[in-house]
Write a protein that binds this ligand. Structure first.
Ligand code: G3H
Length: 478
């Protein structure tokens, strides 16, 4: 029982009253690695109450003091990068080096948010009335940005630390309080990260972290009357949340089927390198991973050969050894990926490598000659399996990209910048990368998805603004 990680409520680490725990399975060993508290609805209510009262005082805390605490938390987070990264390796099988980078990137994100926050929240507007027809100069309008209240943050398993702080830091700098519901895989990494905020000395109740079963507290949290804004990253659950949430500002980053369009004049070595990085890093478990390659027929053979050569060099194995391809997060995820592979096989896709799986570990696989009737042409494997569709015109590529229900990012490879810009304009995605793989960072860039890929725009500046509301005071002169 003592080995069950405590949850964080009202500035203290607590055990849940039911004595129940949720097991976290190590994707590599497929054995229980950690246990976390299975919080109840009553415990969620308690957290919501303290979040509400802590927020009132926090909103009156000077902005520079809020920033100072965030800088402190960022430094503590970076100091603890090794133990946190170790949890990421055990819980989500992230390769060791990438796990460390995630924590360092998170510290940088928190500091940047503190700096950005003091600038953008330290400024308001002043308007005068006589610019609108019929008005004299008798009204002065002052605007400022006020916090929303309690922000509920729900990050996904693939960046449990980074996608948690990308919600926590903007919420706090803007004067909100924060309730964190970590993903099951990644919960212990989140708890360690929260401990860094605890050590920084934030007021009691301002941040809390409730762990537990989605079936018990998931809807209860997202539909809780005490929540004033939800920031969610993950899969389809986000669509369900947005239907149930009511009149709340929502920030949602959901799935993607990021297309990589390759023109005849592209630098194929550059494309191949980016397909490896974009398609296979963290075994394809990124919303911004390249999930379909749309290549002009005339260069398809050459490109597939180059990618094959690089796939052969990928190291497959445990995350502790810093392998490139590591076990996918759960057995059900591995089964889903396998289902997509088998469907493509039945329908005649060309396997560039032999399909191989051991437990949750799936060897990298490039599928050539994929056609639109195959599930993998449209669905998101979230695994190291990448389909190639050969196209005969750029329009065909754009059409495939836009026929997707997703619209997160996409990329286009060509030496002709004019064509690239026209294609970017035609692609219905939140971002188009020219001559590089899709990616969210640098973290102050706007990040958004169209269609089923999300609501709102993220990135540090946009998240701060999203977690505030404009308040105006009008001075009426005689
Ligand atoms: O999984 C979704 C993440 O927001 C992607 O972030 O592009 O830095 O891997 P990334």
């Amino acid at each position: 029982e003592d080995s069950v990680y405590k949850y964080y409520s009202d500035g203290e680490w607590k055990k849940c009253s039911s004595g129940k725990a949720v097991a976290i399975i190590n994707p590599t060993t497929r054995k229980t690695q950690y246990k976390v508290q299975a919080c109840s609805q009553a415990e969620v209510n308690k957290v919501m109450e303290s979040a509400k009262s802590a927020q009132k005082a926090w909103a009156r805390t000077p902005l520079w003091k809020r920033a100072e605490l965030l800088h402190k938390a960022a430094a503590i987070l970076k100091e603890h990068k090794a133990p946190i990264a170790e949890c990421l390796v055990k819980e989500i099988a992230k390769p060791a080096k990438d796990a460390v980078s995630e924590v360092v990137r998170s510290g940088d994100l928190v500091s940047y948010t503190a700096e950005e926050g003091v600038r953008i929240l330290g400024e308001g507007k002043f308007l005068v009335s006589d610019s609108f027809p019929g008005n004299e100069r008798t009204k002065y309008c002052l605007t400022s940005k006020i916090p929303l209240g309690v922000i509920l943050a729900i990050p996904p398993f693939n960046y449990p630390v980074n996608l948690a702080v990308s919600k926590i830091a903007p919420a706090l700098i803007a004067g909100n309080s924060l309730v964190l519901k970590p993903p099951t895989q990644g919960a212990v990494s989140c708890l360690h990260m929260v401990q860094c905020f605890h050590l920084a000395g934030f007021p009691k109740g301002l941040i809390s972290c409730v762990t537990g079963k989605g079936s018990e507290i998931g809807d209860f949290l997202t539909m809780h009357p005490g929540v004033n804004c939800i920031s969610f990253t993950g899969g389809d659950t986000g669509i369900a949340i947005s239907k149930k949430a009511g009149m709340l500002p929502l920030q949602m980053e959901l799935g993607g089927k990021d297309a990589c369009i390759v023109l005849e004049d592209a630098d194929l070595d550059l494309v191949a390198a980016n397909i490896i990085k974009g398609g296979f890093s963290y075994s394809g478990q990124r919303c911004t991973a390249i999930k379909v390659v749309l290549v002009m027929e005339s260069v398809a053979d050459a490109l597939v050969e180059k990618v094959k050569a690089r796939v052969a060099k990928l190291r497959v194995g445990p995350p502790e050894d810093d392998c490139d391809i590591t076990p996918v997060v759960t057995e059900s995820s591995a089964n889903f990926i396998e289902g997509l592979v088998m469907d493509a096989k039945e329908k005649g896709a060309t396997f560039c490598q032999e399909y191989k799986r051991e437990g949750n570990l799936i060897w990298p696989l490039l599928l050539d000659n994929v056609r639109p009737d195959m599930r993998i042409a449209w669905e998101e494997p979230f695994g190291p399996v990448l389909p190639v569709i050969r196209i005969n015109s750029v329009e065909e590529g754009i059409h495939h990209c836009n026929a997707s229900n997703f619209g997160l990012q996409g990329c286009v490879f060509t030496k002709d910048i004019n064509k690239a810009v026209l294609i970017s304009d035609a692609m219905e995605t939140g971002t188009v990368q020219i001559n590089s793989a899709p990616a969210r960072g640098p973290d102050h860039f706007p990040f958004q998805g169209l269609k089923d890929s999300g609501i709102g725009s993220q990135g540090i500046t946009n998240s701060i603004n999203m977690m505030t509301k404009v308040k105006t005071t009008v001075i009426n002169l005689p």
